[in-house]
Ligand binder design. Structure first.
Ligand SMILES: [Zn+2]
Length: 73
């Protein structure tokens, strides 16, 4: 599968550590681009992240973000 962000890299399934405002939300399955390192989460995973984010009271802050930011482990 090709990356829709850069159109050059391919997406590789891997586990990434997802952080929001320096708070580690956990490790999640994502498709990460081999070129630009953009990560794409499937709907199920995105939901899980949202729930976790809500638990930690980060959801309001996250609303302004267009893309989920992450740190690759
Ligand atoms: Zn890319």
């Amino acid at each position: 599968m090709k990356c829709v962000m850069c159109n050059k890299g391919t997406l590789k399934e891997t586990n990434v550590e997802y952080k929001e405002y320096r708070v580690l939300l956990g490790k999640y399955k994502a498709s990460v681009c081999t070129k630009c390192e953009e990560a794409f989460f499937d709907t199920e995973t995105a939901k899980k992240i949202q729930v976790k984010s809500k638990e930690l009271g980060l959801l309001g802050l996250a609303k302004r973000q267009k893309w989920l930011k992450l740190a690759i482990a």
